[in-house]
Design a protein around this ligand. Structure first.
Ligand SMILES: [Zn+2]
Length: 475
């Protein structure tokens, strides 16, 4: 964690006005891991020697694969690539699997041909019901893999089902379906019974989800403080969906009747941990099914800084000025439009260099780290263009006491971006803008002490890091 003292005049003053929650944060940075590559996350108290023993490899091999000069120095949370070295007496290798929604020890057992009991033992699990999305599961891989037909789905039998009907639904043969489940082709089924649907190995990962949910993807997994979380649900029939996570609604948009999407902002001060995401599907006949996922949130690796304010400077933060503006701004930034305007990765709003990143925790005059920088700052010459990073509709274009000349763009699906301290505004409320269109010019209006652009993004009513959207596309 870097800790910097910053003089007041160099600071983007506006962040002072923003409303915050919080506590102190340890400095563990993690990114969203995915899939089943062999990566080991260093745990407290582990040594490289222990890790090498666990994977049947050597300290030298791990050090070399990760560019580690001195094997005595590894840090908690560090991700190590484990080279695929098999010693002659090793029973097999271990791979790490990041748990996705709907995955259970049973689905992993089918996928990796490793019995559930072996998975539980390898991970010292006493209660497999405590699994959570984002959890890293060590999977011992047996040496004799393959042979069986890979299942591609898990189906829960509903009223009126028989093997033929399920086989037709999934486009598989009745005999193959019966064989995959060790049943006779004429065997009666009972409601709630689980059936493995045979398929090939190359297919999507197995999910064990209650009907009508047929698939659920979260990205990134685990979720990260201060970042956008993408949620994609698939259902077998038309339903309306609602949900909650971390005390905020999950606002879902349905496309093609059975595909449901939501973008969710994880607050920058959410404590690392495992939280329930509750998703409820309501069918046309009014019956409901609730899916509860346990989802891990990890720290975002933000740094912190101390800001010194004189009494006079503190007076500038008078709530009578800052609060009405905040209320107006927060209302605009929490807009939700079901139409999606953004498409693909976003561009940058300014060609200037980044002078201050999102998320830096701030303390004033040595107090608690109770605020954070709510956007990304770009240092750019006054008058240089500010462009829309993606298409959208202008929802704010006016001068504000703290934020100066400000523009906000609603990109749809709860994604709203804003641009502050502009020297000029080139758009009006209601304008539809395209990606790359000039919306204003860099300036130093409002409570700013030098020309810069503050770029801010809200997703689902929460401030998140806009730079994530420059690096990857959503949903
Ligand atoms: Zn800023």
């Amino acid at each position: 964690m870097t800790h910097r003292a910053i003089v007041f005049r160099r600071l983007c003053l506006l962040a002072l006005a923003l409303t915050l929650w919080g506590a102190a944060w340890p400095a563990l940075a993690q990114d969203g891991g995915q899939g089943s590559t062999t990566i080991h996350v260093v745990q407290r108290g582990e040594t490289l020697f222990q890790i090498a023993m666990r994977y049947g490899t050597t300290v030298d091999a791990i050090a070399q694969a990760n560019g580690i000069d001195d094997p005595r120095y590894i840090t908690v949370g560090q991700r190590l690539l484990i080279p695929n070295v098999q010693s002659s007496d090793s029973a097999g290798t271990v791979t790490l699997h990041t748990l996705q929604p709907g995955e259970t020890l049973e689905t992993l057992a089918r996928h990796y041909h490793t019995p559930p009991a072996e998975l539980a033992a390898a991970n010292h699990m006493t209660n497999p019901a405590q699994l959570y999305v984002g959890q890293e599961i060590a999977v011992p891989l047996s040496l004799e893999q393959g042979g069986d037909v890979e299942p591609r789905a898990l189906y829960h039998v509903q009223t009126g089902d028989n093997l033929a009907r399920v086989a037709v639904h999934y486009g598989v043969g009745v005999a193959a379906l019966a064989e995959a489940n060790a049943l006779s082709p004429s065997a009666p089924l009972f409601v709630g019974q689980t059936l493995w649907i045979p398929g090939s190995a190359a297919q999507a990962p197995l999910r064990d989800l209650p009907p009508p949910f047929t698939d659920c993807e979260l990205s990134p997994v685990p979720a990260v403080q201060g970042k956008t979380l993408s949620i994609h649900l698939q259902t077998s029939e038309y339903v309306t969906l609602s949900g909650t996570f971390l005390g905020y609604p999950v606002q879902l948009v349905t496309e093609d009747a059975t595909q449901h999407y939501a973008l969710f902002g994880v607050h920058a001060f959410t404590a690392a941990g495992v939280y329930p995401m509750v998703l409820t599907a309501t069918r046309e006949d009014g019956t409901q099914t609730t899916l509860t996922l346990r989802v891990q949130v990890v720290e975002g690796g933000y740094s912190s800084e101390t800001i010194s304010l004189t009494t006079e400077q503190q007076d500038l933060l008078n709530p009578q000025v800052t609060e009405p503006e905040w209320e107006l701004f927060a209302r605009v930034m929490s807009s939700f439009t079901a139409r999606r305007y953004f498409d693909g990765v976003m561009g940058l709003p300014s060609s200037g260099a980044i002078s201050s990143p999102f998320g830096t925790r701030r303390s004033y005059n040595g107090g608690e780290l109770r605020t954070f920088h709510s956007g990304t700052d770009f240092a750019a010459p006054p008058g240089s263009p500010v462009v829309a990073p993606a298409a959208g509709v202008v929802v704010l274009a006016e001068e504000l006491p703290v934020r100066g000349n400000a523009v906000a763009i609603d990109h749809g699906w709860g994604v709203v971006t804003a641009y502050f301290h502009l020297s000029a505004i080139n758009v009006a409320v209601g304008d539809v803008v395209t990606a790359g269109q000039t919306i204003g010019a860099v300036g130093s209006t409002g409570r700013s002490t030098g020309p810069h652009l503050h770029w801010e993004m809200w997703v689902g009513g929460v401030q998140v890091d806009p730079m994530q959207w420059v690096q990857r596309s959503f949903p």
